[in-house]
Ligand binder design. Structure first.
Ligand code: AHM
Ligand code: MG
Length: 339
C-alpha cells in the first residue's frame, strides 16, 4: 500500500518541478543541496553534547584540530553545499557582515540565498531545539554575472521559496514555494527526509502566546495591554492563554504553526529615543512569515505584513508578530487602540 510516508523529499521536488513545465531545475537543485546540508548539520548537532570530550570551541580536539562553534560549522556546511552548485549568484548569512559572493570559478545562478545557519544557537548547550532558516529570491541583476546586494535586498513578498530546518527530537525541514507548506522528517535509519506533514495549515486561533516576558516594561502600551488581556480570565476568551517561550524562534514559531497562537518579538524601548527590534528581517522574520502566511496565518510588524517590509541593509531588524489569523487580528486591535 502506498502512503504519504513513502514520499521522499527528492520525489516531492521532482513532482513539484513537473507541475512547472518551464522550470529549469535550478530551484530543485537548490532545495536538494539545502536538504543535503541539513543532513550534515544534523550529524554535528547530534554530537554537540560531546564537545567536553572531543574539545570545546576555541580549543583543540583530540586530533589537535581547532574546534569550531556549531553556528560556524553550520554556516560553512551551507556555504559549501551551495557555492559550486551553479544555482546562486550570491548569499547573505547572519554570521557574515557582508554579502557572500560566489567564487569566480563557478557558474552564477539566478537565485540568492539569505540564511541564519543556526538560529537559537545560544541554547545548544542546554539541548534545546535550534535550526536553520532560509530565504530565496530571484536575482534582479543580469543573469550570468556576479550577484549584488540589491539582489538580496528584496521584500519577503518576492521570495521564491523559504523555510527552515529544525533540529529537535527529530530533524524537520519545512518549506514553501508559494503553493502551501510541506514538512519533511528525517528518517535517520535511511538518511532520507520523508513527507510527514503534507499541506500544513495553522489553526485559525490558538490559546498560546510566546514572548520574552522579561521585556514587559520596555514594550509599547499596546503590546503590554494585549499581554494583560490574554493573561486575564475574561468573558470573551475564558481562561487565560498559556505562555510558551523557548527563546529559540525557530522552535517557538514551529510550535505556533502546529498548535496556533502567536509569537512576538516587539520593539523594546530600553532606550526610548531608539526603540529596537531584535530579529533580522531578511533571514529570520521574512522567511518564517512566508511559511506562516502560506499556512493560512498572518504576520505583521504592527503596521503591515512583514512580507511587505522593504529591507535597506542585510542585517535590518524588525518587530515581529506572527501566528494564527485570529490571534494576530486580536493583537492588532490593541496596537491600533493604544499605540
Ligand atoms: P540568534 O540568531 O543570535 O540565535 O538570536 C535570535 C534568537 C531567536 O531565536 C529568539 O527568538 C530570540 O533570539 C530570543 O531572544 P531573547 O533572549 O531576547 O528572548
Ligand atoms: Mg537567529
Amino acid at each position: 500500500m502506498c502512503s504519504y510516508r513513502t514520499i521522499t523529499i527528492e520525489r516531492h521536488f521532482i513532482d513539484q518541478q513537473a507541475l512547472h513545465p518551464d522550470a529549469t531545475g535550478e530551484l530543485t537543485r537548490l532545495m536538494h543541496q539545502l536538504a543535503f546540508a541539513a543532513k550534515q548539520i544534523t550529524k554535528e548537532v547530534r554530537s554537540a553534547g560531546l564537545s567536553d570530550i572531543l574539545g570545546v570551541a576555541g580549543h583543540t580536539n583530540i586530533q589537535g584540530e581547532a574546534v569550531q562553534k556549531l553556528d560556524e560549522i553550520s554556516n560553512d556546511v551551507i556555504y559549501r553545499a551551495m557555492d559550486h552548485a551553479g544555482v546562486l549568484c550570491c548569499m547573505a548569512s547572519e554570521e557574515r557582515e557582508h554579502m557572500i559572493p560566489i567564487p569566480a570559478e563557478f557558474h552564477y545562478g539566478k537565485y540568492t540565498l539569505a540564511f541564519d545557519p543556526l538560529d537559537g544557537s545560544s541554547n545548544i548547550d542546554a539541548n534545546i531545539n535550534v535550526g536553520a532558516i532560509f530565504s530565496i529570491h530571484r536575482r534582479v541583476s543580469p543573469d550570468n554575472t556576479p550577484g549584488t546586494v540589491e539582489d538580496l535586498l528584496q521584500t519577503g513578498r518576492k521570495q521564491v521559496a523559504a523555510g527552515y530546518i529544525v533540529y529537535g527530537s527529530s530533524t524537520m525541514l519545512v518549506y514553501s514555494t508559494g503553493h502551501g507548506v510541506n514538512g519533511f522528517t528525517l528518517d535517520p535509519s535511511i538518511g532520507e527526509f520523508l513527507l510527514s506533514h503534507p499541506e500544513m495549515r495553522i489553526p485559525e486561533h490558538g490559546k498560546y502566546f510566546s514572548i520574552n516576558m522579561g521585556n514587559y516594561h520596555y514594550w509599547s502600551e499596546g503590546v503590554r495591554k494585549y499581554i494583560d488581556h490574554v493573561t486575564t480570565p475574561s468573558h470573551e476568551h475564558g481562561t487565560p492563554y498559556s505562555s510558551r517561550y523557548i527563546g529559540s524562534m525557530i522552535a517557538d514559531v514551529h510550535r505556533t504553526l502546529l498548535y496556533g497562537g502567536i509569537f512576538m518579538y516587539p520593539l523594546d524601548f530600553k532606550d526610548p529615543a531608539k526603540p529596537k527590534g531584535k530579529l533580522r528581517l531578511l533571514y529570520e522574520a521574512a522567511p518564517m512569515s512566508m511559511i506562516i502566511e502560506q499556512a493560512g496565518g498572518h504576520s505583521t510588524d504592527g503596521h503591515q505584513s512583514i512580507l511587505d517590509v522593504v529591507p535597506k541593509g542585510l542585517h535590518d531588524r524588525v518587530p515581529l508578530f506572527v501566528g494564527a489569523r485570529r490571534n494576530v487580528a486580536e493583537l492588532l486591535e490593541f496596537l491600533r487602540k493604544y499605540d
